[in-house]
Design a binder for this molecule. Structure first.
Ligand code: KMH
Ligand code: ZN
Length: 273
């Protein structure tokens, strides 16, 4: 089986220190969390940034400072800025994270609108998705196609038909936000993408570990981290992103699946030859 790529979503835009004091806000805290995840075996750092008080921002300068600081201590890591940002941000605001130097190797591309709970709606119109895809194609940024349900895979494939995506496609199945997060759901999603594509899966909240276990066994790749889940196990808050990555590494080792280095991850994803 292909080696396992682990992505750490270290910060997110929605989780707070009130929920888990280890959620990073400042650049220093973000760098510490990225390093803990990288040292534990993550090759991709999925990045949101915050102001020091925790407010999410897509500010270009803040991303530049954060990415430079992460790269200084994790030189080999693939840093994957979010273009989702936080609910309510404009497209132009969201795209700032891709405008840093050097151009990021990867970024997220959210493939549809979805319910985020309560009155929160994360809006991604067809035109937004096509525009983001076009910009990433032009700049040589590999999109991770964030799909929160099967309909979003279909939207991504329509964008692909317009010639706006480069192959192999890479998906992230985000389960437990809008779609449920059972192994049946995971298997349905994995069987709904084109042959030759790669995929990562993310289970929200308590679904993180069952989805990680099934994904490791199925040959997919795993994303964990504070953005998606705050607990290491029932009732036990994770102390760091590194602790969560370590748990995934242990799960993989138990069934004999090796973990990819960042260089190997780049090859698996088609970022490098
Ligand atoms: N925070 C969500 C509104 C992404 O990073 O691309 C969007 C999100 C997806 O987290
Ligand atoms: Zn995100």
């Amino acid at each position: 089986m292909e080696k396992l790529i682990i992505t750490a979503a270290i910060c997110g835009a929605e989780v707070t220190k009130e929920q888990n004091p280890a959620v990073p806000y400042t650049i220093e805290e973000i760098v510490k969390e990225a390093k803990s995840a990288y040292d534990a075996g993550a090759s991709i750092i999925h990045l949101h940034v915050r102001y020091d008080d925790g407010t999410p921002t897509q500010d270009r300068e803040r991303f530049q400072v954060a990415v430079d600081a992460i790269k200084a201590v994790c030189p080999d890591a693939i840093v994957q800025p979010s273009t989702g940002g936080a609910v309510g941000m404009t497209d132009l605001e969201r795209l700032q994270s891709t405008d840093i130097v050097p151009t990021p190797e990867m970024a997220t591309l959210d493939c549809g609108t979805c319910n985020f709970g309560g009155d929160e709606i994360f809006v991604n119109s067809d035109n937004t998705i096509k525009n983001f895809a076009k910009i990433m194609l032009e700049r040589g940024i590999k999109p991770e196609l964030e799909v929160f349900d099967k309909g979003m895979i279909d939207i991504a494939l329509r964008v692909d038909k317009k010639g706006l995506l480069k192959h192999p496609l890479h998906f992230d199945f985000v389960l437990g936000v809008q779609m449920s997060a059972t192994v049946r759901d995971l298997s349905f999603m994995a069987n709904s993408i084109p042959a030759g594509s790669t995929w990562t899966a993310t289970g929200l909240g308590r679904n993180a570990w069952t989805i990680a276990a099934a994904t490791i066994a199925m040959g997919g790749h795993v994303r964990v981290g504070f953005e998606d889940n705050l607990y290491l196990e029932k009732g036990v808050l994770a102390k760091s992103n590194g602790e969560m990555v370590e748990k995934v590494v242990k799960m993989a080792k138990l069934i004999g699946r090796e973990v990819a280095t960042p260089t190997e991850a780049r090859k698996i994803l088609g970022i490098t030859e």
